[in-house]
Ligand binder design. Structure first.
Ligand SMILES: *Cc1c(COP(=O)(O)O)cnc(C)c1O
Length: 462
């Protein structure tokens, strides 16, 4: 097998921000050592998220010019509707401005306050928040293998089937639908196997419970099924994706991931009565059913993106670049979660920085060092995000102290990744002397977005 290279060439280019270390130091101080507060033009390599950060293709830009902005019955809607129905098989396709808008509508219709329980592998934050906002309970039933970052199981996005069966019995009558997130973002971008999705479908349907997919990364998931699941290698990714969708009764998804667009989302389902109620709600908050929360040109770009993402050369390159980054980080001495996910690599800051206790946020320390030494913006997923700070000064750390390197789609080249690995090597060499971070302003909700920090001083360097 030869080198896996980017299966595209550049038509439009955008300069990278190249700051000096002193300039980055100043920017970091101004941002209160919170990378969310950095202006994007102070960032060289932006790996904060893979959401909405894709580079669109020439075909997508051309399609945007064909957008038919008619208020009702737009030609662009019909093109989009045909592509989504071909792919998913679902009869009713409802455009929304992004994934969470689809979730908001779906759960507003099915969740009964104080009664409803929605099982999944792991609910993504916005999915959980929308279920809880409507008074339901979001249950995570991911398989046992997912708990250990060191074991390399092929399908850590699987649902524990015994737990699902028990859940269906215990909450009989109170489960308006079951979900599965593909790939499992909250669990590290890990795929679910076709066999598991099939079994989840059978269990839910045997209890007369509808099955919805959170299908944001359906193409990356289908690619992993083709690569890793016995008996699937000869099938096309499109065929596999179509079978996965056919096992469920509907889906929500954000076009900002495998839709290869910067904005857009979908709610789709077979149930005509539920779809009608969803359209009624859509009109209140998103717009008329033939544009949802989008401009028609956005629907055109999404229709093209949903076709392009199934190109197997693209998926090979995509997953190879994530794996290349993961292997490179390990080589320079930064431990990562195994196996690498479809869209991101998760570095284990707790293991890299054992001298920094959880209440001094090793993930934040690593993320700040990566920025300071080389302009890489990553995202802490540890005790800043999930630690609990009680009013009495108590502190409960997160289960793991991770830093996520999320790769935008079709944006960075291999030499960009090579430069990131040089920076990572410098940071790994500095690891024993990196200071912990003191949270000096701790907002009550979603602290990772707005908290301010300062480095601990007086650290003894060993
Ligand atoms: C991004 C994401 C969402 C929400 O989509 P938005 O477009 O950001 O609203 C839901 N579920 C998963 C798994 C996601 O990754």
């Amino acid at each position: 097998m030869g080198v896996v290279f980017e299966p595209f060439k550049a038509k439009v280019v955008e300069p990278l921000a190249l700051l000096s270390r002193d300039e980055r130091q100043a920017a970091l101080e101004l941002a209160g050592y919170n990378l969310f507060a950095l202006p994007a033009d102070a960032v060289t390599f932006d790996l904060l998220t893979d959401s909405g950060t894709t580079a669109m293709s020439a075909e997508q830009w051309a399609a945007m010019m064909r957008g038919d902005e008619a208020y009702a019955g737009s030609r662009s809607f019909h093109r989009f509707d045909r592509v989504v129905r071909d792919l998913t098989g679902y009869a009713h396709v409802i455009p929304t401005h992004q994934g969470r808008a689809a979730e908001r509508i779906l759960f507003a219709l099915v969740v009964e306050k104080g009664r409803s329980v929605i099982p999944s592998n792991n609910h993504f934050d916005t999915t959980r928040a929308n279920i809880e906002f409507d008074g339901g309970e979001a249950l995570d039933l991911v398989c046992q293998e997912a708990a250990d970052p060191k074991t390399s199981a092929p399908f850590k996005g699987d649902i524990d089937l015994d737990k699902l069966e028990a859940c269906c019995r215990e909450h009989a009558g109170n489960i308006p639908l079951g979900m599965q997130t593909i790939t499992n973002n909250t669990g590290g971008g890990q795929p679910a196997s076709l066999a598991n999705i099939r079994a989840v479908s059978e269990i839910l349907h045997s209890h007369d419970i509808p099955f919805f997919l959170d299908a944001c990364r359906f193409a990356e998931n289908a690619w992993f099924i083709k690569q890793r699941e016995p008996g699937q290698a000869h099938r096309s990714v499109r065929e596999i994706a179509q079978e996965v969708f056919a096992l469920a009764d509907g889906c929500t998804f954000s076009g900002k991931k495998d839709g290869l667009v910067n904005m857009g989302g979908v709610l789709a389902m077979n149930d005509p009565e539920l779809a009608q109620r969803a359209r009624n709600l859509l009109i209140l908050t998103e717009g008329f059913p033939t544009y949802g929360g989008c401009a028609a040109r956005d629907l055109e770009a999404l229709a093209v993106g949903l076709e392009e993402v199934l190109d197997e050369k693209y998926l090979e390159y995509r997953t190879a670049s994530v794996r290349y980054l993961a292997e490179g980080l390990e080589k320079v001495g930064i431990p990562v979660m195994h196996p690498p996910g479809g869209h991101a690599v998760y570095a284990d800051a707790g293991a890299l920085l054992p001298h920094i206790p959880a209440h001094d946020y090793p993930g934040q320390a690593l993320a700040c060092a990566l920025y300071l030494e080389g302009g890489i913006r990553t995202c802490e997923i540890g005790s800043v995000m999930f630690g609990r700070r009680g009013d009495d000064g108590s502190f409960t750390p997160a289960r793991l102290e991770l830093v996520r390197f999320a790769l935008p789609r079709r944006v960075y080249t291999q030499s960009h990744v090579d430069r990131m690995l040089e920076v990572a090597a410098e940071v790994a060499a500095l690891a024993p002397s990196l200071p912990g971070m003191e949270m000096v302003e701790a907002p009550r909700y979603l602290p990772h977005f707005t908290a301010r920090f300062r480095p601990r001083t007086g650290v003894t360097v060993s």
